[in-house]
Design a protein around this ligand. Structure first.
Ligand code: ATP
Ligand code: MG
Length: 438
């Protein structure tokens, strides 16, 4: 039925009944009591309506569905309809608040910065990443012009030119940022910022790596080419000279082979497509073969000892052979004749531990942190003398990373060095679970 009829019919009916009652009263008891009764009836109805009107007015101060009065007569319908509308509003508001909370959380977690500005670049809102990238503080800077906050001539030019279809690469507060303005709505714009400092650093490392590798390869190639030109230019070379040249060329060829081999090992170890094949590694047996190699490299110039009472572990035998072998060969190569090298494998409190201690030339504290960088050599001439490529400790670092182990270095010039590899307790071997390394 029509809502207006639903409201009016009960109200009018009620009034008619009351007036009818007053008329009957007047008929039996006279005009005056009848009129008084009619007046009382009208006033009581008016009072009732006014009281509900008052309740409605008070409710509007805090219009929650829980506080809505029940009502009587036509008011029941009014209040129940108000209740339904209010409940729907409350549900919509709750959903909206939930979406807003989710949106805020997403914006908080976003690694890219988002700044919302009006059409004349006044800051309205930004997320924490934008605060970090651009050095903003939303509470403090809200309402300020973004060009006054991001003081960079390149950014100013970008705004002036207005070529927003392309992003701008910006060096700002020691960061490399990629920023772009995206107009949205009719009077708003979004500024998006992306921190490219890390990828820029990786690019630089890649460029450095290529430059270093080319440089390392150029030296032996120059030597080989030089000798080849001499051989081509002279019909007859003294047999002794020829043999000496060939020897030097072979040496340089060997050097290039080592370098390329190490570079390939490094790139394989870094590759995500090259997962580690876990085996049961008999470390004591592995170290005995490394000891033999160390003695061969030393040719009796050093005292090399091995103490091993540590357990077998899980890992990759070939990778560990390369890492341990490198640390031991470094100890031999960077220790003068007469020095001693102690190789140890024991069970420490935090897990198995491998160590190589030498009485060699030692390393200055400022150089220690850089040792695992590719091509880093403290003394380039000495390393070259010993055929070093400077990639050994970078390979060690990657192998240990794959084994969840850490490398610590203690060293002082002329006092010798100790390289310690700490494996986790979890690397202990469960013999039944893993294949035995050959
Ligand atoms: N035991 C050590 N004592 C002194 N210096 C060392 C020792 N081990 C490494 N170094 C220094 O660290 C540098 C880097 O070592 P790394 O093993 O990476 O390269 P490398 O030995 O020169 O070449 P290779 O790639 O053939 O191992 C060495 O050039 C050397 O200067
Ligand atoms: Mg080395």
């Amino acid at each position: 039925m029509n809502a207006a009829l639903l409201f009016w019919i009960p109200a009018v009916l009620r009034l008619i009944i009351l007036l009818f009652g007053a008329t009957i009263l007047g008929y039996f008891f006279g005009l005056v009591p009848g009129l008084i009764a009619a007046l009382v009836a009208v006033i009581s109805q008016l009072g009732l309506q006014l009281s509900y009107l008052y309740q409605l007015n008070s409710w509007l101060d805090e219009p929650t569905s829980a506080k809505l009065p029940d009502g009587w007569g036509a008011w029941t319908d009014v209040f129940s309809r108000l209740y339904r509308t209010r409940r729907l509003d409350e549900k919509n508001q709750a959903e909206l608040a939930e979406w807003l909370a989710r949106f805020r959380q997403a914006m908080h977690l976003l690694p890219d910065g988002v700044v919302i500005m009006d059409d004349v670049l006044f800051l309205e809102w930004c997320n924490p990443a934008a605060e970090k990238h651009l050095g903003l503080t939303l509470d403090r800077d809200k309402g300020m012009r973004v060009t006054n906050l991001v003081r960079s001539p390149d950014f100013m030019d970008y705004i002036i030119l207005g070529r927003y279809e392309r992003p701008l690469t910006l060096s700002f507060k020691e960061r490399k940022l990629i920023v772009q303005i995206i107009p949205f709505e009719s009077r708003r714009q979004i500024l998006v910022t992306h921190d490219a400092t890390d990828s820029d650093r990786i690019d630089m490392m890649r460029r450095d790596f290529i430059a270093n590798a080319s440089h390392e390869l150029r030296t032996p190639l120059t030597v080989i080419n030089g000798f080849l030109e001499i051989a081509l230019g002279q019909d007859k070379l003294e047999p002794q000279t020829r043999i000496a040249h060939l020897k030097l060329m072979a040496e340089q060829g060997h050097r290039m082979q080592n370098l390329v081999g190490d570079m390939l090992t490094l790139s394989r170890l870094e590759s995500v497509d090259y997962p580690m094949r876990s085996q049961h590694v008999k470390v004591p047996l592995l170290l005995e073969s490394i000891l033999r190699e160390a003695n061969a490299l030393s040719s009796g110039r050093h005292t090399v000892t091995l103490e091993t009472d540590g357990p077998d572990i899980k890992g990759n035998t070939e990778e560990l052979r390369s890492a341990f072998g490198n640390l031991v060969s470094n100890a031999v190569r960077y220790t003068d004749s007469g020095g001693s090298i102690r190789i140890g494998w024991r069970m420490g409190v935090n897990g198995p531990q491998f160590s190589v201690q030498d009485t060699g030339i030692g390393i200055l504290p400022e150089n220690i942190a850089r040792l695992t960088e590719r091509f880093y050599r403290v003394d380039k001439s000495r390393s070259r003398e010993t055929q070093g490529t400077g990639l050994g400790l970078a390979i060690v670092k990657h192998v240990l990373l794959r084994h969840g182990a850490t490398l610590s270095i203690e060293s002082a010039p002329s006092a010798g060095s100790t390289f310690t590899v700490q494996f986790a307790q979890g690397s202990l071997c469960d013999p039944a679970a893993l294949p035995m390394a050959k």
